[in-house]
Design a protein around this ligand. Structure first.
Ligand SMILES: [Zn+2]
Ligand SMILES: [Zn+2]
Ligand SMILES: [Zn+2]
Ligand SMILES: [Zn+2]
Ligand SMILES: [Zn+2]
Ligand SMILES: [Zn+2]
Length: 373
C-alpha cells in the first residue's frame, strides 16, 4: 500500500514537469494581455482584461465588484478570489464605494461607482443556468465550461440545450437566453450556424479565403456579397436574410463558425437596434485578446537579457545551451522515475542532492574534463 502511494507521488512530480509548459502557455495567454503591476483604472473601461472578484471583501449579499489583475496581486493578497477569466468593457472597482474598508494600494483615487460596468452571478462565484460554483465539489460529471460571447457567463456543456460541436472552428457560442433576448440573431443563425456541409469543411484547411469560397447555395443567401463594391445604396444584410426566410428550430445555444462576425450587417439601423455592436469588432474576441497576450510575451522575452545574450551567440552555441537545459530535464525525470521504480519516497534532500550533482557535473564540464571524449 505504501509502495503504491509513493509511486503516485513520484509519478505526479514527473507529470508536473510535463504539464508545466502547457500550463505556462495557458496562463500567459490569459494574463499577458493584462498589466500585473499597474491598476487598470486610469485606462477607463478596458476593452478586455483578466478580471477577479473578491469573496473576502465583497461576498454574496454585498454589492458585486470586479478587480483588475494587478489589484488581485497587490491589494487582495491572501483573500479568497474568484477568477473570472476575461470580461469586456470593465473598469476596476478596487477600493471604490463598493468596498467598506479596503483601500486600493495602486490607484486609490477612484469614483464611487463605475456606472457602465456590467455584473453577473459570476462575481459571487456561481456560473451557468444551474447557478453552481466552479469547480463544484458536488458535481461528479466531467464537463467543460463554455463562455457565452454575449453575456460572458460560463455554461456547462450539458446545460446548453444543444450538442457541443466537436469542431475547432466553431469557437464562439451564444447561450439560449441571449439568443432569446436578441431574437434577430436567430435569422443569422439559420444562415450562418448550420452550414457545416459547405463552407465549414473548407474553413478547417483554409481559414482566410473562406469568404471567397462560399458554396453556391451559400452565396445565394448573401445577395450583397455578389454585388459590386461601387454600389452606392447600402443594403441591410439582415433584412435580406429575413426576406429569404430560412427557418431553424429556435432553441438551445448556438455555435458560430469563426468568420461569422464579418457576416453580420453593420448598417446604422442594425447597430442602433441590436446594442451588440461589439460583435462587429473582430478584436473583441477572447482569441484576439489571447493573441495580443502571446505577442507581448514574445516581446518581453526579446527584452530579456538572457534572451538577447542568446541572440548574440552563434547557432552552435545556442544549440549547446538549449541541449544542456533539456539534458538536465531528462536527467531529473530519470532520477524521479528511479524512485518510483524502487518504491521510495522522494524527499527534498534527494532533490537538493540531484541539483548539487548537476552543478558539480557542469563545473567539471566547464573545467574541460569532459571535452576529450
Ligand atoms: Zn485595479
Ligand atoms: Zn479582497
Ligand atoms: Zn487595488
Ligand atoms: Zn450548469
Ligand atoms: Zn449568454
Ligand atoms: Zn442591417
Amino acid at each position: 500500500e505504501q509502495r503504491r502511494m509513493c509511486e503516485e507521488q513520484t509519478v505526479s512530480l514527473v507529470d508536473v514537469l510535463e504539464e508545466d509548459e502547457e500550463l505556462e502557455e495557458e496562463a500567459s495567454a490569459v494574463l499577458a494581455g493584462s498589466d500585473s503591476d499597474h491598476c487598470s483604472y486610469p485606462q477607463g473601461y478596458v476593452k478586455r482584461q483578466a478580471l477577479y472578484a473578491c469573496n473576502t471583501c465583497t461576498p454574496k449579499g454585498s454589492e458585486a465588484a470586479g478587480i483588475c489583475l494587478a489589484c488581485s496581486y497587490k491589494c487582495h493578497e491572501g483573500h479568497d478570489l474568484f477568477e473570472l477569466y476575461t470580461k469586456r468593457n470593465f473598469r476596476c472597482d478596487c477600493g471604490n464605494g463598493k468596498f467598506s474598508e479596503l483601500q486600493c494600494k495602486l490607484h486609490p483615487d477612484k469614483d464611487e461607482v463605475n456606472s457602465l460596468n456590467k455584473y453577473s452571478q459570476n462575481f459571487f462565484g456561481v456560473y451557468c443556468t444551474c447557478g453552481r460554483p466552479y469547480p463544484d465539489p458536488e458535481d461528479q460529471v466531467e464537463d467543460e465550461m463554455i463562455q457565452c460571447v454575449v453575456c460572458e457567463d460560463w455554461l456547462h456543456g450539458r446545460h446548453l440545450g444543444c450538442v457541443v460541436p466537436d469542431c475547432v472552428e466553431l469557437q464562439e457560442m451564444i447561450c439560449e437566453s441571449c439568443m432569446k433576448t436578441h431574437s434577430f440573431l436567430w435569422t443569422y443563425a439559420s444562415h450562418l450556424a448550420g452550414k457545416a456541409s459547405c463552407y465549414l469543411t473548407v474553413l478547417t484547411w483554409h481559414k482566410h479565403t473562406v469568404i471567397h469560397m462560399l458554396c453556391t447555395s451559400c452565396v445565394s443567401m448573401f445577395p450583397s456579397c455578389k454585388r459590386s463594391r461601387e454600389e452606392v445604396e447600402p443594403r441591410c444584410r439582415l433584412k435580406e436574410l429575413q426576406v429569404i426566410g430560412q427557418k431553424r428550430v429556435q432553441s438551445g445555444a448556438v455555435f458560430w463558425p469563426s468568420p461569422w462576425r464579418s457576416k453580420l450587417c453593420s448598417c446604422r439601423m442594425c447597430q442602433v437596434l441590436s446594442g451588440l455592436s461589439f460583435l462587429l469588432d473582430e478584436s473583441d474576441t477572447v482569441l484576439a485578446y489571447e493573441n495580443k497576450g502571446k505577442n507581448s510575451e514574445q516581446r518581453r522575452q526579446e527584452d530579456d537579457p538572457l534572451m538577447s545574450a542568446l541572440d548574440n551567440l552563434n547557432h552552435v552555441q545556442q544549440l549547446e545551451i538549449i541541449h544542456g537545459y533539456n539534458d538536465m530535464k531528462t536527467e531529473l525525470k530519470d532520477f524521479l522515475q528511479r524512485f518510483a521504480a524502487e518504491g521510495k519516497v522522494v524527499t527534498s534532500d534527494d532533490i537538493r542532492q540531484f541539483f548539487e550533482q548537476q552543478s558539480r557535473k557542469r563545473r567539471r564540464v566547464d573545467a574541460g574534463e569532459f571535452y576529450c571524449t
